[in-house]
Design a protein. Sequence first.
Length: 129
Amino acid sequence: MANELKYGEQIHLQNGYNGWQGGYLDTNGHASDSQKAAGAKYDVSTSQGRDRAAGTGRWRIFARTSDPADGTVRAGDVVHLWNTYGDNGGFLETNHTSSASGAKYDLCTNAYYNRSSDVADWKIHRAQA
């Protein structure tokens, strides 16, 4: 299929909050000092546009698993997401619990693809329209 997403492609991730008005996943500023101690590079939030600055909202998708092994992204696949900011934005990961109301973990990018216990593993699920 021509519209299939393949591993290695660059994508933007839009948040579905309030009718898809939650913004686009984006690196924005440096990670906290405590996150940097574990290899973190940049803080992650959402932005109004697809790219707040060149490459900050672009993510390259890499497979950890897929069946069949034909390079196509599928629901249920486990992936790693690499940010393209400066050609070296780092892998999306959870890092430390969040103090925000209702939140679970903070997000940042890291130089390491999986520095500890699957913190950079993300599972693909279909979003409800």
